[in-house]
Write a new protein. Sequence first.
Length: 301
Amino acid sequence: MFPRFVAFLLIAGVAVSACAADPGQPVETQALHNVFKLDTELYSGNAPEDDAGFRELAKLGIKTIVTVDGTKPNVALAHRYGMRYVHLPFGYDGLPQKRGVELAKAVQVAEAEGPVYLHCHHGKHRAPTAAAVVCEALDGWSKEKAIDFLHQAGTAPDYAGLYRDVKAFRPPAAAELAGMRADFPEIAKTPPMVDTMVAIDQHCDALKAAQKAGWSQVPGHPGEAPAQTAVLMWELFRELARDPETKQRGEDYLAKLAEGEKAADALRTVLADATQDGPTRDAAFQHVTEACAVCHKAHRN
């Protein structure tokens, strides 16, 4: 394994960086999606869903899987294929500086054991964001190269917070990384379902303010368009649907949650379409609030 910071390969007398992919090298896979190789030891992609996915990771030589998804990872299946997990989740609204540094430390330590696979759910948004800041911290990537990788991986511009935090990330000094603990959990204590509900309510309140502003802005959220807020709310609905606690609440609850997700999906589409008028946007937002009210009446109030 090449040590980080000094990873160079001499070919015909020319020094070539080990993280010289432009900026990520696409990897052809059968059971995985959106997989990129970023340097000699780091890969980024979607979550392995079954034996086939973990088997493919094993064939790539992966020894450690780092997930930034909120969903509980399948640790038992990873162990069966000789891999371990590190669980350091964050949301679609942004990557906090502290979590970015933790990810860099986790990858740095894990690479001593072999290649690392970093994933979220789809492998398009949060995992590339995490991989980009890790390469900023460990491989000296410029901000431009990090943002280029987000574009290459298909990270949607709607996730403005992810782009913002890749640009704002401050790579830690070597001494700071060396002094950090690395006993990160295989399964993190993720926020309970009620916290996700609170976050959905907060986005809904922000959209109510945007509606009062004629859908031209999100008051109190500079630089964030209403369509971006709607995307964040929609992703929370999807995250909630994958939560094991959610799946234990019965068919009626799941059906009502699906209606909320469907309404949020429609709202984000309408808000992203500049040709839609105010009444159409109002109606789409009303469908979301009505879906929430119906579910709350049956399962919360």
